[in-house]
Design a protein around this ligand. Structure first.
Ligand code: CMP
Length: 577
């Protein structure tokens, strides 16, 4: 990651990056940890505050806290020049305001970096929003919590109930870590705050309805998303019904090994991804010959691993950002639900209230789908953003009062086919869509070329697609839109030639790059910056993984005509939105 590669052998590192302009910004996001491991000191952690309020008590939230207090100390040393320790105790009325760095504006009565960091942690930080209970997203929070001992109030851990249950049962459980929470006879340094998925409709009003306050000037709404799947033995299923996660009825902790789709051969039998709020049951093949009798085989239940996407709203001006936890593509998911987030986000992009999202892209495109372990890589992220782009275009069309046309009559289709066969094939997709804009694609949807554009009949679309594909599209080149948008996981056609799933409104298909130059593309996501977090370090010599990922995202994003900017975050970076 860029942040760490900056630290050379000599002296202080150069200043951390700043992205965006402070003037006119609604949010400041400080990246404490930009990676998804395997180094423990750079794992995911962000600080978020509203620029509409000063640095003051309870004015900051942490979103995930794999890296936390140690990184705040490091930033104060490196970026603000504070000494790590101070043997001197400050005078009673000592006070200084930090300048030029991520914490510029913080007023402190401490001398050292560590004492100032403690003040930020204890006093300025209001709560931890935790996307999911994996260690790389909360280890810092756990280790740091004893430092709250002499604080005045419990710090809130804000999350969906499944995440809170996991933290309660598996972290602050007096086994892995002392119970420092205020439930189950704990000591009360932290308090659990359970969110209602999709927001609490009884709170807030107008555009802010459903959002709950998380600190001075910031409110949040949370959606559950999928981060791969895990398997559980049938013997432990009973405990899951009562909502606790991971302890068998006798209190004995079981081991749950995350598996990726098809990585061990079991998942092939599960068939295509489908919506599953219930576990998917599979026999535990392969088994060791002779090890078990047929009847003794446990049943393996597959369950989605839950993660979250937080919409965070600046209550003063209505601006929003989204911060995702680890997330997998809908196209490979046991429980695809990214669409819900995109549906919520689309109108906010149109209105200009959503200008940035923080989303993971753990691997570069060399990763195979079966090795994703519930994560994204550029081809899948671009496909997901393609869904968002499609929804933006649909909302825009709806706003403009353009209703979809009725499917044309067979006669009209014939005539149009003849006309189209005389056109350059690459222009067809755009020409058949209203206003010459693109038609739509979802990564969980049929092949790009088989999707009817709005106003197209499926038959026409298929015929058109086959011709288009033959001539231009399915050329297997890097410019193949089917590849750009993740063809390898698209739904098959039914024997009758119709698509396997009903068309989802809001699909986006990039126009063919051979015909459309970037300046002609519709750029539905213009104005949005996609900040990449959770890049996994390979710890190998050579170009940093983040640089490879950034290039792949930019290339694919341009080809797909999305119009958004990409940025790979680095440790210590301050981002103004
Ligand atoms: N089946 C698996 N095989 C190898 N590594 C895995 C497997 N499942 C998860 N992991 C790794 O464990 C990590 C846990 O945190 P992440 O989900 O960020 O990323 C995960 C992968 O890097």
């Amino acid at each position: 990651m860029r942040g760490d590669s900056r630290r050379g052998d000599h002296g202080r590192p150069p200043p951390a990056r700043t992205y965006g302009k402070q003037e006119g910004a609604s949010f400041q996001v400080i990246i404490l940890g930009s990676s998804g491991g395997p180094r423990e000191d750079t794992v995911t952690g962000l600080l978020v505050r509203s620029t509409s309020s000063e640095w003051k008590k309870g004015s900051v939230i942490a979103v995930d806290a794999g890296a936390h207090l140690a990184k705040i100390i490091r930033i104060l040393e490196d970026e603000h020049g504070l000494p790590r320790n101070s043997e001197m105790v400050p005078e009673k009325d000592y006070s200084r305001t930090l300048t030029s760095g991520p914490f510029a504006g913080v007023q402190t009565s401490s001398i050292s970096a560590k004492a100032t960091a403690l003040y930020i942690f204890r006093e300025l930080l209001h709560s931890f929003l935790i996307t999911h209970p994996h260690l790389d997203h909360l280890s810092g929070m756990g280790i740091n919590t004893p430092a709250l001992e002499y604080g005045r109030e419990a710090k809130a851990i804000v999350a969906l109930p499944s995440t809170i249950d996991a933290i309660k049962n598996h972290i602050f459980n007096d086994v892995i870590w002392p119970n420092l929470s205020d439930e189950g006879h704990g000591v009360g340094f932290v308090t659990y705050r359970r969110l209602i998925e999709g927001g609490n409709p009884r709170l807030g009003q107008g555009e802010g309805r459903g959002y709950v306050n998380v600190c001075d000037g910031l409110a949040t709404k949370c959606w559950s998303v999928s981060h791969g799947r895990c398997r559980r033995r049938s013997q432990t299923i009973s405990h899951q019904r009562d909502g606790s996660f991971g302890f068998a009825p006798d209190g004995y902790p079981f081991s749950a090994r995350r598996v990726s789709q098809m990585s061990d051969g079991y998942m092939n039998a599960a068939g295509p991804p489908h919506h599953a709020s219930m576990p998917v049951t599979q026999p535990a093949f392969p088994r060791t010959p002779g090890a078990h009798s047929e009847n003794a085989d446990p049943i393996i239940h597959y369950q989605p691993v839950d993660s979250s996407a937080f919409f965070i709203r600046n209550d003063f001006n209505g601006q929003e950002i989204i911060i995702f936890g680890d997330i997998e593509p809908d196209s490979v998911s046991l429980h695809p639900r990214n669409q819900v987030v995109w549906e919520d986000a689309a109108p906010k992009i149109i209105s200009g209230t959503l200008k940035a999202m923080f989303i993971e892209c753990s691997f570069d495109d060399s990763v195979r789908d079966e090795d994703l372990y519930g994560h994204l890589c550029p081809r899948h992220l671009i496909a997901e953003l393609g869904v968002l782009a499609g929804k933006v275009m649909t909302h825009k069309r709806n706003q403009q009062g353009m209703s979809l046309q009725e499917p044309p009559s067979p006669g009209a289709v014939k005539k149009k086919r003849k006309r189209n066969s005389e056109e350059p094939s690459g222009t067809l997709a755009a020409a058949s869509a209203p206003n010459g804009s693109a038609n739509h694609l979802s990564p969980t949807s049929p092949r790009p070329t088989d999707i009817p554009a709005p106003g197209q009949s499926p038959a026409r679309s298929l015929s058109h697609a086959r011709r288009t594909r033959t001539v231009h599209i399915a050329d297997g080149s890097p410019h193949d839109p089917a590849k750009i948008l993740g063809d390898d996981h698209l739904r098959p056609l039914t024997p009758g030639g119709s698509v396997a799933r009903p068309e989802t409104p809001g699909r986006y298909q990039s126009p063919h790059p051979a015909v459309w130059t970037p300046s002609h593309l519709p750029a539905p996501l213009k104005g949005l910056t996609v900040h990449i977090i959770h890049v996994k370090d390979t710890l190998a010599d050579g170009p940093p993984p983040g640089e490879i990922i950034l290039k792949q995202l930019r290339d694919r994003g341009t080809e797909a005509g999305l119009g958004c900017e990409f940025d790979v975050t680095s440790d210590g970076e301050s981002i103004w939105i």
